[in-house]
Design a protein around this ligand. Structure first.
Ligand SMILES: Nc1ncnc2c1ncn2[C@@H]1O[C@H](COP(=O)(O)OP(=O)(O)OP(=O)(O)O)[C@@H](O)[C@H]1O
Length: 488
């Protein structure tokens, strides 16, 4: 470590207290760690016009804030988005491990400020032009810049690796979706450490990286409706809503601002030449269901480099490239639940505590056969978590949240060959529909679609367990997604 450089920054920090009057703030740290830094940048055209910071806490924070302001002086937004933790540390010949935390906080603040600046009212982005800017023509979707959505996981890291090959001008973005200080969701893709991981991966690949704070929109557009649906006794699918309306909308808007015609993600899905979604090659990983409500216009802008790959091949690419996330386990549950249970989350954020009540068995004269934890925890078709044991398996066949009763019965009670739909959107004539997917983890089922004046109905070739109302239905013609609806 070059102590004299460190001491110089500490004695006469560049930009300390010199917050530009108008600009965009990034804040990092807080009461829990005792270090807090606010970094503000003003952007003019494609350059950082001014930068300043205020810091409370250890001296290393001031040193790193000062280094950041020096590096930002006269930098393009694109170069600023490449300032990494290592770059901050390198300016003083390296930082002791105990002081690296300061560089991380300053990098957090800087990339938040950049994300806010670029997302704000039509500012040109890292390439110094907006897709909508007159006189520049439309960006080239084949080789021009693409915005890569990096979550900090292995899939989006490999998608990014593949994207940089064809799009050397790619830009990376990570969304901050959820942070709950009472819930140590550090393993989640929404967590702060995931944002850092994504940023480090992007910088390793030489990509400029922006952090976009979407916490309010995520809470309002995904978490609150998820809680409300539980309260009403329905089974929501927050991922469909999140992918369709929260994450992707925000990222496509950002793509416009940074002059990217396309958005690259690590979803397992494919697209057809005529702008429809297609199932991924790996049936075990296919995520088309999550994306099935996207419009053809949106799909035309999406790039899914992993759609043709099986998961082991994706991990092999990550390992070959020596990516530190090559062996990260796949996420299993909703991202905002990582580190906490569903019940604890509903209680803390939705004021929906456990509320024990009776389980009635329709195949034992509706007698009370046990106690449940609260009707809002149960979903029609659910088999696990009902207690019991010996005897014929029982399934949830109904929940009544007002009376707080869960009704169970034999499997046959749930089998159906017709499923009513609402909010149907079809991109091709109803006659071509030959399959449907009614649950995320269900293989496509042979089916046809009836469009009667009283509403649309799916007719299943083989009876299936009745799906829960509120779930998404994905309509297929072969492996092409030709429509979507909500189960009525
Ligand atoms: N917080 C985020 N910021 C940016 N992009 C994200 C974020 N979360 C998800 N994505 C994008 O959406 C894709 C699918 O998200 P999903 O939550 O299903 O992640 P995943 O399959 O666990 O992938 P990964 O291994 O990349 O985390 C990701 O590969 C990534 O491109």
């Amino acid at each position: 470590m070059a102590d004299w450089r460190y001491e110089e920054h500490l004695r006469a920090p560049t930009g300390r207290g010199a917050l530009p009057r108008a600009g965009h703030d990034g804040v990092a740290g807080g009461a829990a760690c005792g270090d807090l830094v606010r970094l503000r940048i003003a952007v003019d055209g494609d350059r950082v016009a001014a930068a300043g910071f205020v810091a409370e806490g250890c001296g290393a924070l001031t040193v790193c804030g000062s280094i950041a302001c020096e590096l930002l002086d006269g930098a393009t937004v694109r170069d600023a988005a490449r300032i990494s933790v290592d770059a901050l540390a390198a300016e003083v010949g390296g930082l002791h491990p105990g002081k690296r935390h300061a560089a991380e906080l300053v990098a957090d603040a800087l990339h938040r400020a950049l994300g806010a600046a670029v997302a704000a009212d039509g500012r040109p982005g890292p390439r110094g032009r907006s897709a909508a800017a007159p006189g520049h023509g439309a960006p080239d979707a084949t080789t021009g810049p693409t915005l890569v959505a990096m979550s900090g996981g292995v899939d989006s890291a490999v998608a990014a690796l593949m994207a940089v090959r064809d799009h050397p001008d790619a830009v990376a973005v990570t969304l901050e979706l959820w942070r709950d200080p009472a819930n140590d969701a550090e393993s989640s893709c929404c967590s702060h450490s995931a944002v850092r991981r994504a940023r480090d991966l992007a910088h390793r690949m030489g990509l400029p990286h922006l952090t976009l704070d979407l916490r309010d929109a995520f809470r309002a557009g995904v978490v609150d409706p998820w809680i409300a649906e539980h309260r009403a006794g329905r089974t929501p699918n927050p991922c469909v809503r999140c992918n369709g309306h929260v994450r992707l909308d925000a990222m496509l808007e950002l793509a416009d601002r940074v002059g990217c015609a396309t958005l690259t993600t690590g979803h397992y899905a494919r697209t057809t030449a005529d702008g429809l979604l297609r199932l991924a090659v790996d049936p075990g990983k296919d995520q088309a269901y999550m994306l099935s409500a996207l419009s053809p216009e949106t799909i035309a802008r999406m790039r899914f480099p992993l759609g043709e790959l099986e998961k082991p091949a994706v991990r092999a690419i990550a390992a070959d490239a020596d990516l530190p996330v090559a062996r990260t386990p796949d996420s299993q549950d909703l991202c905002f639940l990582a580190g906490t249970g569903r019940s604890a989350f509903l209680e803390r954020h939705g004021d929906l505590p456990d509320r024990p009540g009776p389980i009635r068995d329709l195949d034992r004269d509706a007698r009370v056969v046990g106690e449940h934890r609260g009707a809002h925890h149960y979903t029609v078709g659910q088999r696990r978590g009902l207690g019991g044991g010996a005897g014929e398996p029982r399934y949830v066949v109904g929940t009544d949240v007002a009376e707080n009763v869960v009704t169970i019965g034999r499997r046959e009670r749930l089998l159906t060959d017709r499923v009513a739909l609402e909010g149907l959107v079809l991109h091709r004539p109803a006659e071509v529909v030959d399959g449907v997917k009614l649950r995320y983890r269900q293989p496509p089922q042979a089916a046809t679609l009836d469009q009667a004046p009283e509403g649309a109905t799916v007719r299943l070739a083989t009876p299936q367990l009745r799906p829960a109302a509120g779930q998404a239905a994905m309509l297929l013609a072969g492996d092409v997604v030709v429509g979507s609806a909500t189960i009525a």
